[in-house]
Design a protein around this ligand. Structure first.
Ligand SMILES: O=P(O)(O)O[C@@H]1[C@@H](OP(=O)(O)O)[C@H](OP(=O)(O)O)[C@H](O)[C@H](OP(=O)(O)O)[C@H]1OP(=O)(O)O
Ligand SMILES: Nc1ncnc2c1ncn2[C@@H]1O[C@H](COP(=O)(O)OP(=O)(O)OP(=O)(O)O)[C@@H](O)[C@H]1O
Length: 480
């Protein structure tokens, strides 16, 4: 990722192991990037809302320029990211606006403080309700909270995050505030803060060193406390972080198209799907709080797109298999069914108008597979909340003013990382789901009956797969 003041260049990356085979010609790379742009523009934008999406454009750059940039950036890439190499041979890139800056804010040019930007990768915000689910725990504990234990065991992270996406997506300000507090305490890859485009707060992977909240508060102090404040350093840290959290909550709940009527139209989730048993929140708050999102706020848009996955991977797997068999028999159908795009109006039509009931057709199976892939993108995207302080008389232009704190802020909200998830990644999802749930049950309920059911399912499995990390594992498919 390369930042200029106003633009960001995104290069393709290949897995280090397979870099030689994966190399693309300029035309192939350009087509690949154009596919990402089309997906963002023609599929994700209509679902997530025009306001939040910047699809960018595929560009060709001088090879020398790309090489010099990559040399510059390579030394700053964290080791954990170096399992992939940048494509410096095709000269193609995706050019996007720099979303850490406010898009079109008239007051920023007069404002001496650089804009702040908070990036949140919220992950999946609901509990599945599909009748195909075989493990009851999936109806009680959310995927993120279960996945945490698996990630810890596999060394991806050294400390458990107490963030629960269901709290963030609840629409209840208390729950949302706590979710953001937990993100600040243990950001992992779910939370970053930028100041003037530079990352000032991100994951600290050293197990012995906790996040330096005091240092963060010092960065934020000029934005949230009057310059003459007499509060002690410790008191002010608390106030400042609390103010930050309130501003983020307001931005996430803002209804950008109709700020005044927005509070009236709400999206309600059925009771059982909004609370996760692993969340640290007090049960009374979970039971009695208000659980709805203002319609069309960024969280509402992301959640409704995530919920296109209404069968869960367990319900989708037999349909995926139906598609696999069909494509084996009729390879040319891959193109008509748009398995790898093109991502145009016809693809969106397949996503939006998929029949509600399975009529046994290949069209139904493909529609559900497409819906699932779109939901996967929404479960893996990030939200950028860019904020700048503004004076009393500043006009608002396209950004929306948010009220609750003094000084006042303008902010803009965008969604990024909207790449299409490959059709093939569905089999990986099935294996991962099995592993996460199995691990969680073993860890939290060692004598649980469900584990035996899982073992049984594993024994009945039709496929043996190989995981991304090379480990042999069982892929569970149900008979079609
Ligand atoms: O499967 P998940 O939920 O672990 O999500 C993966 C992310 O892991 P996370 O759990 O957010 O730490 C994972 O995040 P990291 O690269 O580990 O930061 C990727 O975003 C991955 O997407 P892709 O395969 O690179 O397109 C994500 O994979 P997809 O499932 O979206 O394909
Ligand atoms: N348009 C943008 N404006 C500002 N920052 C961006 C933009 N796009 C991406 N970023 C930043 O770059 C980070 C990585 O981007 P992205 O998720 O697209 O790449 P990635 O494939 O996950 O990269 P890597 O694996 O190298 O982290 C994002 O989390 C975000 O902080």
């Amino acid at each position: 990722m390369f930042y200029t003041h106003a633009r960001v260049l995104r290069l393709l990356k290949y897995s280090t192991e397979d870099a030689e085979n994966s190399h693309k010609t300029t035309e192939q790379a350009f087509r690949h990037i154009q596919n990402i742009v089309d997906y963002s523009q023609n599929v994700m934008k209509p679902l997530l809302g025009e306001k939040f999406i910047h699809n960018g454009e595929a560009v060709k750059l001088p090879l020398d320029f790309v090489r010099q940039l990559s040399l510059k950036v390579q030394q700053e890439r964290p080791e954990s990211r170096c399992d992939k190499v940048m494509d410096t041979l095709s000269g193609c890139a995706l050019c996007l606006p720099n979303l850490t800056q406010l898009s079109s804010c008239c007051c920023c040019s007069r404002e001496h403080r650089p804009p702040l930007c908070i990036e949140i990768k919220p992950k999946c915000g609901f509990l599945p309700a599909s009748r195909h689910i075989t493990k009851d725990i999936k109806r009680k504990v959310c995927r993120f909270c279960m996945h945490q234990h698996f990630k810890l065991a596999n060394g991806k992270w050294k400390r458990l995050s107490h963030y629960c996406p269901l709290d963030l997506f609840s629409g209840n300000k208390q729950r949302m505030s706590l979710a953001i507090k937990h993100l600040i305490e243990e950001p992992q890859n779910n939370f970053n803060i930028f100041k003037g485009g530079e990352c000032i707060y991100t994951c600290n992977d050293d197990a012995d060193v906790l996040q330096d909240l005091d240092e963060l508060a010092q960065h934020l102090r000029p934005y949230f406390l009057p310059s003459g404040s007499l509060l002690s350093r410790q008191q002010s840290s608390k106030v400042v972080l609390n103010e930050l959290i309130q501003v983020i909550v307001s931005a996430l709940l803002s209804t950008w198209d109709c700020p005044r009527s927005g509070q009236l139209r709400k999206t309600h989730l059925s009771e059982g799907r909004v609370t996760c048993e692993a969340s640290l929140l007090h049960r009374d708050l979970l039971r009695n709080g208000n659980h709805c999102l203002p319609k069309d706020c960024v969280l509402d848009k992301i959640l409704s797109t995530q919920m296109l996955d209404n069968l869960d991977i367990e319900g989708l797997s037999p349909l995926f298999k139906r598609v696999e068999q069909h494509l084996q028999m009729f390879p040319k159908e891959r193109c008509r069914l748009q398995m790898d795009g093109p991502y145009n109006a016809s693809f969106l039509e397949k996503v939006q108008n998929c029949p509600a009931e399975d009529d046994g057709s290949i069209e139904y199976a493909v529609g559900k597979v497409h819906q699932y892939r779109v939901a996967m993108t929404a479960k893996d995207c990030s939200i950028m909340v860019a904020i700048a302080t503004c004076g009393e008389d500043d006009g608002l232009d396209q950004s929306l003013e948010i009220q609750p704190t003094k000084p006042r802020f303008t902010c803009s909200v965008s969604i990024l990382d909207l790449d299409p998830k490959p059709y093939e990644s569905i089999s990986h999802q099935s294996r991962l789901d099995y592993k996460i749930v199995n691990h969680y049950l073993r860890r939290t309920q060692p004598n649980n009956q469900e584990l035996d059911n899982l073992e049984e399912l594993a024994n009945q499995s039709l496929f043996l797969g190989r995981d991304r990390d090379g480990e042999d594992c069982t892929l569970v498919f149900h008979p079609v």
